[in-house]
Structure formats: C-alpha cells, structure tokens
Design a protein around this ligand. Structure first.
Ligand SMILES: [Zn+2]
Ligand SMILES: [Zn+2]
Length: 130
C-alpha cells in the first residue's frame, strides 16, 4: 500500500487504486448519482444548470463525461470545449471533427511523439546525472 495525497482534498491516505481518497470517492459517487438523476429529469439542461442543481464543479463534471460515466446522448444542450479547437464536444476530450482529424494524423503524430519522448528522456537523463 502506498501513501499518497488525495488529488481532490489533499488529505494523506493509503492509495488503493484511485488518485483520490475513499472519502472523496464516496463523495464523488454521491455527486455522480445526483448528476445522472438531474440529467434524466432535465433533458434540456445546460452545463451551468447541472452545476447549480447538483453542486458538482465544472472540472468534475467534465471528468465524468470524459470517463464515460455520464452519457449526454439525451441532453442536447450539454457540452464543453474541445481541448484542441475550443469547439463544443459532448464526449471525450475532443469534438467529432478533431477526433476524425486526429485519427487521420495519428500515425504521423505517434512517430512524432516517440521522437519527443525520446528527446525528453535524454534531457531528463542529463538533468538527473548532474
Ligand atoms: Zn480526498
Ligand atoms: Zn475540436
């Protein structure tokens, strides 16, 4: 068992599998149920309505959607900024357009990424050896 600082409340806890403590997991589960029920009852809700209605914060809400725990298929007004172009997306980190573009350039990007990672490792190696 590893000791870690909870990413959410900062308390020290025995890390099991999540990067937040058991109290926060319980808290998040409660919020998750609230969000899910809220979206079911308010099909035309916007992000702000959910935040106001359930007490969830924007970051947690987006995280839940990105993790696929909250599905927006019945909530047409829900959405958040694509991390790439800033357009509206309703699942994952990127909008549909960027997902397509990214998939197309993935081969090239992963080659580029490998190169970058290698460079970073070399740089880091240099730093630590000092
Ligand atoms: Zn915590
Ligand atoms: Zn986009």
């Amino acid at each position: 068992v590893a000791i870690a600082n909870c990413k959410r409340c900062g308390r020290i806890y025995n890390r099991v599998r999540r990067d937040i403590c058991p109290a926060c997991i319980e808290e998040e589960d409660k919020i998750f149920v609230k969000v899910r029920n809220f979206l079911r009852e308010h099909k035309n809700a916007y992000m702000d309505d959910v935040i106001e209605g359930t007490g969830v914060d924007m970051e947690t809400l987006i995280q839940m959607i990105q993790d696929g725990r909250v599905i927006l298929s019945n909530n047409p007004n829900m959405g958040y900024a694509c991390e790439r172009c800033g357009g509206i997306t309703r699942s994952g980190r990127f909008c549909a357009k960027c997902t397509t573009e990214l998939a197309r350039t993935l081969a090239g990007a992963s080659a580029e990424m490998k190169k970058k990672t290698l460079e970073q490792q070399q740089r880091r190696g240099g730093y630590y050896s000092r």
